[in-house]
Design a protein around this ligand. Structure first.
Ligand SMILES: *Cc1c(COP(=O)(O)O)cnc(C)c1O
Length: 390
């Protein structure tokens, strides 16, 4: 039969056959070599059987009041969503005292980051960011065909702005600043940020990634949306997300505030209609539940401070923690320490050879983390970077 209807047969080849084909590494499809060399994306492990998932900086609370109702009410699954998420843009524009054109919505702020890098940086261009920082940054530069320029963090796990300024060349097109820095925790101060941006040429984009802004309690911290009217410098774009403090990670919605000309360029690179109606409704309902949001964010920040203080008390050297996570500089012992947490039902995020990020999750997990952390710190060799002064 297939001999006669060859094309049809090929079209209905069962899925397992397709899997086999795509798994083979020797098919002659030409993939850009830098893409072929990328490691496949590895998500934080999923929790099973009573384990705590502390590996993806997720919010442990249920959605804010009104959110599930708003999502259920958005029932027109047969219709495309509003392409620009106009109501959410208007609401955010009002809140931050900017015009609607200065707000852009994306399917998660990572997708806006990708758009901004694509819009500004191509082959031969350079994208500067601190390292270690958010895992997506290297990947974004590679996908755009640009060159990533990674500037090591200081010994306090903070951005080294002197080195970042020194790295700017006439090929620099974008600079990403992450505050609080994921995964290490410290904020960039407002003074540091203002002084740094003053050293950046006006034609270079600075992206201030504030995915964890709502958790920040340090009064010195940068806040890109402190002043009504949006970022003071026209080459700065501020990114925020509904995934972390607002607890909408599954729905994929984030936003950018910045100059219209930059955001228009980002919009031109966007995959159309990727922000769903459900995500927009959920974000609007979440913004309407401000007092509950502040209560939860306050609880998580308090839990974080208690966790960081407890870790320091038992002998860990923990950098300033201003997001919803803490960082253990476990160095060469990273995978062993992560295994000890894993054995105790605590799924953490190890970065081999460097450190472990532990999200602030359920209250009950705090005590467990402290117990395991106290037992493993004793096994660290003398002079290990994870050891504090205690
Ligand atoms: C989580 C995170 C984001 C945003 O994630 P989305 O879910 O795509 O909005 C952006 N930047 C950093 C540093 C993050 O940790």
């Amino acid at each position: 039969m297939c001999g006669v209807h060859k094309r049809v047969c090929r079209g209905i080849r069962p899925a397992h056959r397709l899997d086999k084909v795509t798994e083979a590494s020797d098919i002659p499809i030409r993939v850009r070599p830098e893409i072929a060399a990328l490691p496949p994306y590895k998500q934080g492990k999923q929790a099973t059987g009573g384990a705590y998932k502390l590996s993806s900086n997720e919010n442990p609370f249920d959605p804010l009041p009104g959110v599930l109702d708003a999502v259920h009410a958005a029932t027109s699954l047969n219709r495309y969503p509003d392409a620009s998420a106009a109501r959410l843009r208007e609401r955010l524009a009002e809140r931050f005292g900017v015009d609607v054109e200065s707000v852009h919505i994306g399917a998660g702020s990572v997708s806006i980051l990708a758009q901004l890098v694509l819009a500004t940086s191509g082959p031969g261009d350079e994208v500067i960011y601190a390292w270690r920082s958010f895992e997506a940054y290297p990947w974004l530069a590679v996908v755009a065909g640009a060159t990533a320029v990674q500037i090591p963090l200081t010994s306090e796990a903070r951005h080294d702005f002197g080195a970042m300024t020194a790295a700017i060349t006439d090929r620099t097109r974008a600079i990403i600043v992450c505050s609080p820095n994921n995964p290490t925790g410290p904020v960039v101060t407002q003074a540091e940020f203002d002084a740094f941006v003053a050293t950046v040429p006006a034609d270079v984009l600075v992206v201030l990634d504030e995915a964890y802004a709502e958790f920040v309690t340090d009064a010195e911290a940068v806040n890109g949306l402190r002043e009504p009217g949006g970022p003071v410098r026209e080459n700065v774009v501020v990114l925020r997300t509904f995934s972390k403090a607002f607890g909408l990670a599954a729905l994929r919605v984030g936003y950018a505030v910045g100059h219209r000309r930059i955001l228009d360029a980002a919009r031109s690179t966007a995959i159309p209609l990727s922000v769903t109606a459900h995500a927009e409704e959920a974000a609007l309902a979440s913004l309407a539940a401000e007092s509950e949001l502040l209560e939860r964010v306050g609880a998580i920040a308090e839990r974080r401070d208690r966790l960081a203080a407890g870790l320091r008390d038992v002998g860990w050297r923990v950098p300033e923690a201003q997001g919803n996570f803490v960082w253990l500089p476990t160095g060469d012992e990273t995978m062993d320490v992560a295994a000890a947490f894993d054995d105790a039902g605590l799924i953490v995020r190890p970065f081999a050879g460097d450190g472990i990020r532990i999200s602030v999750g359920e209250e009950a997990a705090v005590e467990n983390v402290l117990r395991i952390a106290a037992s493993v710190v004793k096994d660290l060799p003398e002079g290990h970077p994870g050891r504090g002064l205690a």
